[in-house]
Design a protein around this ligand. Structure first.
Ligand SMILES: [Zn+2]
Ligand SMILES: [Zn+2]
Length: 332
C-alpha cells in the first residue's frame, strides 16, 4: 500500500514526510482494517511533523480524521462489519480505570492514546485501528465532508456544549476557521442566535452567508449581550473582549490547545457568575453526539481536497495560512 510516513521531524519545507510502499497492516484481534476514503489534515499534524509536539514513536503515520471502509475485522470486534463506512478521531484509546475515565471525563485520561500520534493514523491507503476508536458515520455525506467533523467538528461541538447555551440564547464565536463554521451551523439548528467576530473579510462573508446575525471584528459592540462565547483564535485578550459583552451567568470557553496569556481582568467582568473554561480533546460521548447531530442537520463543511501524496505540500500551505477551509487528503 501507499503511505506517507514521518521518519524524523523537521521543518515542513524540507518535506519530512516520505511517500513509500509498505505492506498492508494485518488487523489484530480487536482491530478493524480500513481502506482510507479520506483523511483530514490538522494543525496538530504540522506540529508533529516539525517536532514542536515530540512524536511518541517513529517512524509514524500521521492523520487523525479518518473516514474509511471496513475491509477486514479482527476476531474480537463487535458491531462493525466489512463494508461499513466508519470514522476515526484523535482520541484513540483510554484506560477506563483512572479517576477521569471513571467520571466520564476520559478526554482527560492520564493514559489516553491518540490516533496518528501513539498509533499509526490515516495518511495511508490502509490503516488498522482498535475498535474502541471506530465510529459509524451518518449518511448523506461524501467521505471527504465527514473527515473534518472528526477533529475540528468534535472539538467545536465539545466547546459549544461547555458554554451551556440553549434555545433562545446568543452565542459569540471569536475566530472563524474549520471548527467555528461547523459550530455556527449546529447552533442555528438548535435555535441559538450567533454573533461572529473575525478579522478576515473572507471569513466575515462566509459567516454572513451561513446565517450569523451579527458579524464584526473583536472589540466591536454587538446589538445585545451574549450568553456564551467560544474563543477559537489563540489570543488571550479575546477572553476579555468576550467577557465585555457577556450577560450574567454566561461562560467563555477557549477551544485551543495553545493561547497567548489572558490579560488581567477586573473582578466585575467575572462577578455575577460569569466563568472561563478551556476545552481539552473530547469524550467518546461527544463524538457519538456530534455524529448523531450531523445526521439530523446537513452540515456543510468547507473543504479542499488533495491527493495523499501531496501531504508535505498541504502542510506547507497550512503553515502559510493558504488553506481557507479544511484540507482533506484522498488516495487516487
Ligand atoms: Zn486535529
Ligand atoms: Zn483513564
Amino acid at each position: 500500500m501507499k503511505a506517507v510516513r514521518l521518519n524524523r521531524p523537521a521543518s515542513i519545507e524540507s518535506n519530512p514526510l516520505q511517500v513509500i510502499e509498505l505492506p498492508r497492516p494485518e488487523p489484530r484481534e480487536e482491530e478493524v482494517l480500513l481502506r482510507m476514503d479520506a483523511c483530514g489534515v490538522c494543525h496538530t499534524d504540522l506540529h508533529l511533523a516539525e517536532g514542536e509536539l515530540p512524536p511518541h514513536r517513529l517512524p509514524l503515520i500521521l492523520g487523525h480524521q479518518i473516514v474509511g471502509t471496513v475491509e477486514e475485522v479482527g476476531k474480537k470486534v463487535k458491531g462493525i462489519k466489512t463494508g461499513d463506512l466508519v470514522g476515526v478521531p484523535w482520541l484513540n484509546r483510554v484506560c477506563g480505570q483512572c479517576k477521569f475515565c471513571q467520571k466520564g471525563k476520559e478526554n482527560l485520561c492520564l493514559e489516553a492514546q491518540f490516533t496518528g500520534y501513539d498509533v499509526d493514523g490515516g495518511y495511508a491507503e490502509f490503516t488498522s485501528i482498535h475498535q474502541q476508536a471506530v465510529y459509524h458515520l451518518p449518511s448523506g455525506y461524501q467521505p471527504e465532508e465527514l473527515a473534518p467533523l472528526l477533529c475540528g467538528g468534535v472539538i467545536g461541538y465539545r466547546s459549544y456544549r461547555l458554554t451551556s447555551v440553549r434555545k433562545g440564547d446568543t452565542l459569540a464565536l471569536y475566530g472563524f476557521g474549520s471548527s467555528a463554521h461547523l459550530v455556527l451551523q449546529m447552533a442555528l439548528f438548535e435555535g441559538i442566535e450567533v454573533f461572529v467576530f473575525t478579522r478576515s473579510l473572507e471569513h466575515q462573508q462566509l459567516a454572513r452567508n451561513l446565517g450569523a446575525s451579527f458579524v464584526g471584528k473583536a472589540g466591536d459592540v454587538p446589538p445585545h449581550p451574549v450568553d456564551g462565547a467560544i474563543i477559537f483564535a489563540p489570543a488571550g485578550n479575546l477572553v476579555k473582549d468576550a467577557l465585555n459583552i457577556m450577560d450574567p451567568g454566561g461562560k467563555v470557553v477557549t477551544a485551543g490547545i495553545y493561547s497567548t496569556p489572558i490579560p488581567q481582568i477586573p473582578y466585575e467582568l467575572i462577578y455575577q457568575e460569569r466563568a472561563i473554561q478551556s476545552t481539552a480533546n473530547s469524550t467518546q460521548r461527544d463524538i457519538r453526539e456530534l455524529l448523531e447531530l450531523a445526521g439530523q442537520v446537513r452540515l456543510q463543511p468547507q473543504i479542499e481536497v488533495f491527493p495523499l501524496e501531496m501531504a508535505n505540500q498541504v502542510l506547507q500551505k497550512l503553515k502559510r495560512s493558504e488553506i481557507k477551509a479544511s484540507a482533506v487528503l484522498k488516495p487516487k
